[in-house]
Write a protein that binds this ligand. Sequence first.
Ligand code: FNR
Length: 190
Amino acid sequence: AQHQIGYLVGSLSSRSINRILSKALVRLAPDDLAFTEIPIKDLPLYNYDLDADFPPEARDFKAAITASDGILFVSPEYNRSIPGGLKNAIDWGSRPWGQNAFARKPTGIIGASVGGIGTAVMQASMRSVLSFLDAPQMNAPEAYITFRPEVFAEDGEVKDESTATFLRHFVEEYAAFVQRVLAANAPGHI
Ligand code: FNR
């Protein structure tokens, strides 16, 4: 069966290197995953005063998370942490209390940076957030990408074979992880 994967790009920039990375992953993914970007850029700032009546952007965002079989985060690291726009989106999806849309969703995290650390510190922060939200996370392989324009074309073509092989392995492992978590979530599974 084909699994629906919603992906969140943690950057709001029209020139985001992480959106380019997301395009590369979509191109390299196995056929049993269908990818849809879940946009975050028009979400207002989260405020629990709005819990009783979510604004339409937040309602749509949360419905898209709920409708996805798995969620893939493709994000930069800003100031050694999760970009504010992405954290804001996660906060919307987690609320109101008791209606956390991320619970039991198989998640994956990857990110590209211009620096050598390749978003490692952002990913560590994401892991504690996702743990709190009861979202199963693929632990391995990890993927810390240093973005080089000679490797990634704007349309997501990966021009370096070893990078393409690495990213293909990452999405194949993510597909297998999604399958395992969905099987474990299924009613009747012991
Ligand atoms: C950065 N950048 C950055 N890079 C990094 O590896 N670690 C970091 O902590 C930061 N911090 C940071 C803060 C802010 C506010 C900006 C704008 C940038 C550089 C970052 O890797 C680079 O701008 C990438 O292009 C960001 O990815 P997107 O937004 O292009 O997808």
